[in-house]
Design a binder for this molecule. Structure first.
Ligand code: NAD
Ligand code: ZN
Ligand code: ZN
Length: 340
């Protein structure tokens, strides 16, 4: 089987021929149909973060495909069933986080495409308990971006406790942001979308953003303040300054939800304003299996649109370059030929 492999940080990925992986106990082997390119995969390939993967590794945590082999003890999945393999490859199921509905915080978790090989491959392994069944009617090419971009932003809006009367700022209308915007609309909020490319700003308007802010020309904080200030801002742009920009646009009691993770990122949080204005700054990491099930249900019900372009895995390096230069619509999905 073919896989795109990170052999060294900051180097182009290499397409390699590898033997099919054999599922161990509790695992399944998935024949990948579609696999999304999340910006996290670029951070992984560059070794951007303090906790790093160990090359060589196969990135990708938006892999969707058909189960083709069952490891020992797997009884609830069947060969031929379509599953998605998210970032949360495995969690312990026993710790306080797992037991309290926060499996995404489990300290024993293994992350797909980071701590084990991921979805940039024709075949991949998944822990059966964390391989999410994809409902009938969702194409693999749509399911892929929902598997990280969808669940992460759906969760971020839950964490922000968004209500219909509220103004929500979506900072960055990329793979994550174009879905965040739709979930904020579904929650009934008034949505301000912020980006720095014409295409993304147009996309935001098309997806129903009530206020569109071009951060190249306007100060997002000022614009948000002119609308009374945001109740919540979801920070999805891979740019440190974008975090401070929306922080300044929060109203009293507002929440800044940190989701994007620019390399070596920090944000200055002014203590006086944060205390006086009762501001919350919250980190949000992906979502649980239940969150992903809800994301799939919403999509199956026709309530979200996945904006994506499909490409062959062989285009992986130019695709990464295109994401970094804003030359894509919203999400690139590698199509393994048997997708929708
Ligand atoms: P992306 O590249 O598709 O989207 C980023 C968007 O931000 C682009 O549309 C870009 O034009 C826009 N942008 C850039 N500079 C901006 C600025 N100054 N102001 C406003 N917008 C700006 O990336 P993505 O796949 O959506 O991922 C975004 C980030 O989220 C990455 O850092 C990724 O690692 C992270 N991420 C976090 C989680 C999590 O669980 N916390 C999950 C997935 C991804
Ligand atoms: Zn991701
Ligand atoms: Zn745990």
């Amino acid at each position: 089987m073919k896989a795109a492999v990170v052999r060294a940080f900051g180097e182009p990925l290499v397409i390699e021929e590898r033997p099919d992986p054999e599922p161990g106990p509790g695992q399944v082997r998935v024949r990948v149909e579609a696999s999304g390119l999340c910006h996290t995969d670029i951070h992984a390939a560059n070794g951007d973060w303090p906790v790093k993967p160990s090359p060589p590794f196969v990135p990708g945590h938006e892999g969707v495909g058909l189960v083709e082999a069952l490891g020992d003890g797997v009884t609830h999945l069947a060969v031929g069933q379509r599953v998605a393999v998210p970032w949360l490859g495995k969690a312990c199921g026993r710790c306080e986080h797992c037991l309290s509905g926060w499996e995404t915080l489990c300290e024993q978790q293994i992350n797909t495409g980071y701590g084990c090989d991921g979805g940039y491959a024709e075949k991949m392994l998944a822990w059966a308990d964390f391989a999410q069944p994809v409902p009938e009617g969702i194409s693999p090419l749509d399911a892929a971006p929902l598997t990280c971009a969808g669940v992460t932003t759906y969760k971020a809006l839950k964490v922000a406790e968004v209500r219909p009367s509220q103004l929500v700022a979506i900072s960055g209308v990329g793979g994550l942001g174009h879905l965040a915007l739709q979930y904020a609309k579904i929650a009934g909020a008034t949505v301000a979308a912020i980006d720095v490319t014409d295409d993304k700003l147009e996309l935001a308007a098309e997806l129903g953003a009530d206020i569109v802010i071009d951060a190249r020309k306007e100060d997002p904080g000022e614009v948000l303040k002119s609308h009374g200030g945001a109740h919540a801002a979801i920070a999805l742009a891979v740019n440190e300054d974008a975090f401070s920009a929306v922080y300044k646009g929060l109203r009293r009691g507002g929440k800044l939800v940190l989701v994007a993770m620019p390399a070596h990122g920090t944000i200055p949080v002014p203590i006086f304003e944060t205390v006086l204005n009762g501001i919350s700054v919250i980190g949000s990491i992906v979502g649980t299996r239940q969150d992903l099930a809800e994301v799939f249900d919403l999509h199956a019900a026709g309530r979200t649109r996945v904006i994506r372009e499909s490409r062959p895995l062989a285009s992986v390096n130019e695709s990464i370059d295109d994401v970094l230069h804003g030359r894509i619509q919203a999400r690139i999905v590698f199509d393994f030929g048997e997708g929708s």
